[in-house]
Write a protein that binds this ligand. Structure first.
Ligand SMILES: [Fe+2]
Length: 248
């Protein structure tokens, strides 16, 4: 089985379309979207509608969907730019999409893999699972129901071992970066972000996991032009900082 694992689309329609186009040339059996399909970007409705139209996709709730459903609490916990984008999104989200995000699950499982937006430990605390943060990594592993845990939220591609150490240095996450897992070890995989990457590259990033060969491959979409989305953000009335994140 070939699984496509992606996260943090964040209302970026151009990046999402390029991602889905790339998958057309790949034989994917199932897709797992780890949440934050909206927030920050200028096309929340279009992105949700496109994601909902995908066959064999499991879509999780991220902290931005949660924020749309819990505005008062989100205002206290989010940074001001992120919350402005939530307010902007809430005003525009159509009822059908609001109803859809309100029913999204917080986690999912498939074979020896479980999926969350943030840590497996109290997922709605939205803890960031980061390399070197042994406490958070350990609590994520301890709460995980499967050997492999996939998380998003940091917008950074990552592979961590049971000690919280990087199995692959982050600088290596170019298109085609691959790792052959042994079928025994506990791992945390972060596919990176489709719509707002925050690592060395601004190119959309996702993971293909092949359960037959046990290979984990990060794909990076080199044909994405962030300036188109950045211009749309500026024209939409969203905070301009959100455009700079894409092209800075
Ligand atoms: Fe996010």
């Amino acid at each position: 089985m070939r699984l496509a694992i992606f996260s943090d689309v964040h209302g970026n329609l151009e990046a999402l379309e390029i991602f889905l186009e790339a998958l057309r040339n790949d034989s994917i059996d199932r897709l797992f979207c780890l949440g934050d399909s909206v927030g920050y970007g200028p096309n929340p409705n279009e992105c949700l509608e496109l994601i909902r139209s995908i066959n064999n996709v499991v879509v999780l709730m991220g902290n931005h969907e949660w924020a749309l459903l819990n505005m008062a609490m989100a205002q206290r916990s989010m940074n001001p730019v992120a919350f402005k984008a939530i307010e902007w999104t809430r005003l525009r989200l159509v009822d059908a999409n609001f109803d859809y995000i309100s029913c999204l699950p917080i986690g999912a499982e498939y074979g020896s893999i479980c999926f969350f937006h943030a840590s497996a430990n109290s997922p709605q605390q939205w803890d960031y699972v980061r390399p070197g943060d042994r406490l958070t990594v350990q609590s994520c592993f301890n709460s995980s129901t499967q050997r492999i845990t996939c998380v998003g939220h940091t917008h950074r591609p990552m592979l961590l071992d049971i000690n919280g150490d990087l199995v692959l240095p982050t600088v290596l996450f170019s298109d085609g970066t691959s790792y052959q897992e042994d079928g025994k070890s506990n791992l945390i995989i972060n596919p990176g972000s489709i719509g707002q990457p925050r690592d060395h590259s601004h190119l959309p990033c996702y993971v293909i996991y092949d359960s037959d060969t046990r290979s984990i491959t990060w794909r990076r979409l080199t044909n994405y032009d962030a300036s188109i989305t950045a211009k749309k953000i500026c024209a939409s009335g969203l905070p301009a900082e959100l455009a700079y994140y894409l092209i800075d």
